[in-house]
Design a protein around this ligand. Sequence first.
Ligand SMILES: *[C@@H]1O[C@H](CO)[C@@H](O)[C@H](O)[C@H]1NC(C)=O
Ligand SMILES: *[C@@H]1O[C@H](CO)[C@@H](O)[C@H](O)[C@H]1NC(C)=O
Ligand SMILES: *[C@@H]1O[C@H](CO)[C@@H](O)[C@H](O)[C@H]1NC(C)=O
Ligand SMILES: *[C@@H]1O[C@H](CO)[C@@H](O)[C@H](O)[C@H]1NC(C)=O
Ligand SMILES: *[C@@H]1O[C@H](CO)[C@@H](O)[C@H](O)[C@H]1NC(C)=O
Ligand SMILES: *[C@@H]1O[C@H](CO)[C@@H](O)[C@H](O)[C@H]1NC(C)=O
Ligand SMILES: *[C@@H]1O[C@H](CO)[C@@H](O)[C@H](O)[C@H]1NC(C)=O
Ligand SMILES: *[C@@H]1O[C@H](CO)[C@@H](O)[C@H](O)[C@H]1NC(C)=O
Ligand SMILES: *[C@@H]1O[C@H](CO)[C@@H](O)[C@H](O)[C@H]1NC(C)=O
Ligand SMILES: *[C@@H]1O[C@H](CO)[C@@H](O)[C@H](O)[C@H]1NC(C)=O
Ligand SMILES: *[C@@H]1O[C@H](CO)[C@@H](O)[C@H](O)[C@H]1NC(C)=O
Length: 826
Amino acid sequence: MEKLLLPLLLFFSILLSPAAYTPPDHFFINCGSDTNAIVSGNPNRTFIGDSVSSGSLSFSKEGSYVTTNNQTSEVLYQTARIFKQQSSYEFDIDAGGTYLVRLHFFNSTNVSTAVFDVSAARFSLLKNFTILRSSTNDSNSPLIDEFLVSITQGKFSIHFTPLGSSFAFINAIEVFLAPENFIPDTAPTSPSNNHGGILSHALQTIYRINVGGAKVTPENDTLWRTWIPDDGFLYNPKMAKNSTPFSGSLKYQGNVTDFIAPYPVYRTAKEMNIDSSRLSNTFNVTWCFNVSKNSRHFVRVHFCNIVGKTDGNIIFKLYLNGIYPRKINPYDMAGTLDTPFFLDFVLDSDESGAMNISIGPSEDSPEQKTAFLNGVEIMEIMGESSVIKPDKSKKTVFLVVGPVVGGLLVCTLAVGLFIVLKKRKRTPVETSVWSPLSVQGGGSSHSKGIDRTINFSPVPNLNLALRIPFAEIQFATNNFDEKLLIGKGGFGNVYRGNLKNGLKVAVKRGQPGSGQGLPEFQTEIMILSKIRHRHLVSLIGYCDERFEMILVYEFMEKGTLRDHLYNRNLPCLPWKQRLQICIGAARGLHYLHKGSTGGIIHRDIKPTNILLDENLIAKVADFGLSKLAPMDQTYVSTGIKGTFGYLDPEYFKTQQLTEKSDVYSFGVVLLEVLCARPAISRDPQLPREQVNLAEWGLLCHQKGLLDTIIDPSIKSQISPNSLRKFAETAEKCLQEDGADRPSMGDVLWDLEYALQLQQTAVHREPHEDSTTDANSGLQMIHVQRLPSLSLQVEKDDMPILGDSTTDESLLSTSEVFSQLRINDAR
Ligand SMILES: *[C@@H]1O[C@H](CO)[C@@H](O)[C@H](O)[C@H]1NC(C)=O
Ligand SMILES: *[C@@H]1O[C@H](CO)[C@@H](O)[C@H](O)[C@H]1NC(C)=O
Ligand SMILES: *[C@@H]1O[C@H](CO)[C@@H](O)[C@H](O)[C@H]1NC(C)=O
Ligand SMILES: *[C@@H]1O[C@H](CO)[C@@H](O)[C@H](O)[C@H]1NC(C)=O
Ligand SMILES: *[C@@H]1O[C@H](CO)[C@@H](O)[C@H](O)[C@H]1NC(C)=O
Ligand SMILES: *[C@@H]1O[C@H](CO)[C@@H](O)[C@H](O)[C@H]1NC(C)=O
Ligand SMILES: *[C@@H]1O[C@H](CO)[C@@H](O)[C@H](O)[C@H]1NC(C)=O
Ligand SMILES: *[C@@H]1O[C@H](CO)[C@@H](O)[C@H](O)[C@H]1NC(C)=O
Ligand SMILES: *[C@@H]1O[C@H](CO)[C@@H](O)[C@H](O)[C@H]1NC(C)=O
Ligand SMILES: *[C@@H]1O[C@H](CO)[C@@H](O)[C@H](O)[C@H]1NC(C)=O
Ligand SMILES: *[C@@H]1O[C@H](CO)[C@@H](O)[C@H](O)[C@H]1NC(C)=O
């Protein structure tokens, strides 16, 4: 595509105030104009006309033209650029970091019919955008959409894609580096949980509220933001009143600068409207915000004690969505009066699309029993949706599961050890895929107590919507045709199949009528039916008719990651693809750990448990129930289970299982992906220190010799920066002490960064970084009530429908499904 290159001089007028922010990298563009527009503010900004030549800005010229608006509007909005085909603006970014990206749209007859998408870097920013969705009824104010995007050094593009026969338009663009540490990568989701990897997503500002105060316009904000008054959001306006505005100077301190929020935000507040004539003055003040349904948000609440009269203190409570009360003690947070502070959270919206923030008194308050709030910001974490909150049904699940798993544990430890001792000779530990120590797979012994004529009537908690009639399964597998057999295991046989709706599936059938492993079967359904994630192999359905125990999973066309690393008959995976697979698997694991169904520890991460679909999208398989972390404990103490070579040494020593054990195993997988060398080498020629990949890899890395053990077939593709980041990540995962290892969220972020470093290192195709990856964010969706025959799985999670497999891939998939066991005892 032909690009119009424009040399551009960007500079600011002399700063008048020390508070003025001069972002190191900044672009303010007056689109469709050949003149610069000066926009007043602190400092005033020059929006460069995009038809004025510039060195560090270019945009697609083809299909682009200029339109003008009614001359009565602001200079910035008198022109717009129109694109009739996919087009982009490209910026040269010198300093990587979190950028504020603002898109200005102004309605006029010439643009009111436009419908288009906007994406930037790998994020989809606006979908199916039209100016008509603008909620402002003031035809003279623009619609400004603001995003926070992490950008690495190099080219940054904003793409406009007209939909149908329509066109795209834009009036003005702002792209500038946010002040350091503006948004953290991790924020609490509840008192005991953190959400990491925030910065690996794009954030869209939904609300920015100056509580108790007037609108703050870009002109008066340190980062040219708009803060709107809160009155329209108060649930019960009578319960709150504006505090007396503070007129002195605020004591900004530490990382709370006026970039976080300017003076006008902190100098005003709302407080409880205490009325002595009321019977009780104990109540909450609630603000209610309309947000997207079932999505994840970054929420920042601003406080500054301008309410207290003396240096005494007011302690009060903050509730988000009516849950997890947090005690706010301004004295602890800020020390003195008039000192701003803020708190960040990650908060999910539910089906109602409403989000509540409440403040209320605390019995601990030494001074007045009141509460106050100065500001609120709500940003949607794009591409990340929430899952069902813990609710009553979940509680019941745990009530049911608890005793079952607990009982099994005791039973298994005894029985399992016995089996291990007996079986050792036959079953090498490394290949103990069907590990006899599996908690739920407690051998056949524990099920001896279960009568063969056990009642198969559904347990109340089974997800009946996932039930598939036996006839449908017979149809799908051609009545369990031997030719479709792709695996055998302790549980029974695994068949390839096609459901009537064309869905390709893997069907696992327990030994018919044995009644063996029934509780595990039911527990598996209860838990797996709640887990649905792009990077986890999903349960499509089950069948419990006629004493059958059948589980139906999505079919994974391309087999295991292990095959692709070692099977010479398969094409060698390029480095970028390997990185993407690692990122996918990391996302899946992160979800298991931290998703709200979460608290699940995988315990057996290895390349055979990372499966690849038709498009080589990685999905983690074999996440079992035995590994559900108890609700209020930080670790699970249980019999050692896992695979030699991947086993966390700390877990081995202490027998305390934490999420960090998965992180360790994942570190081994990272090395394996880099070196294409098994975790435990069986080559008898190798010196002892080289046998264990984790040890050998770390040693090589420390000596700076990692180069020597990289898979030779990809060595030349890896950019040094990407390698450095990747190796560092693996090293961190392999730390001896679990506490020193990163969370999966951090690992995910590091890997994405390694991918970005790889991408910026190589030649970039024009739209390489456009929308293709936009949906790879943690996709968490509700438990689907799937009718057995019309499976409505969200597009992103759609199991892949493939062509009929050849014998060759049949071979490679047979190993896959031996991994898809529920446990070995069925
Ligand atoms: C900003 O622009 C306004 C006019 O729009 C002007 O009055 C003011 O002096 C300018 N301020 C600075 C700092 O240049
Ligand atoms: C629409 O654009 C044309 C030129 O492209 C211009 O002549 C006309 O005035 C514009 N209409 C309005 C209402 O701005
Ligand atoms: C421009 O807008 C104003 C009011 O918004 C209107 O009175 C005027 O007629 C418009 N001019 C044109 C050329 O459309
Ligand atoms: C946008 O402009 C068109 C034409 O001027 C007008 O008919 C429409 O009502 C406007 N829409 C909004 C949301 O302001
Ligand atoms: C886009 O929005 C229009 C209405 O604004 C709607 O009819 C259409 O279905 C939407 N398309 C998509 C793909 O969401
Ligand atoms: C929008 O219209 C309503 C009533 O029609 C009015 O109360 C409100 O102030 C208007 N808002 C703006 C921003 O003009
Ligand atoms: C900015 O703040 C000053 C002083 O507080 C005020 O006089 C002015 O009206 C404000 N400007 C805007 C556009 O709000
Ligand atoms: C600000 O500093 C405090 C104390 O040093 C720290 O707890 C907090 O995490 C910091 N916040 C940010 C966003 O950096
Ligand atoms: C939120 O949505 C509800 C229903 O959709 C609507 O009645 C209410 O006015 C909205 N509130 C705000 C503040 O937009
Ligand atoms: C928000 O608060 C209102 C009023 O207390 C309540 O009806 C609603 O269910 C709450 N919504 C959420 C998501 O907590
Ligand atoms: C304030 O709201 C929380 C959460 O909804 C609730 O638990 C608490 O009882 C409320 N307090 C008062 C005084 O109403």
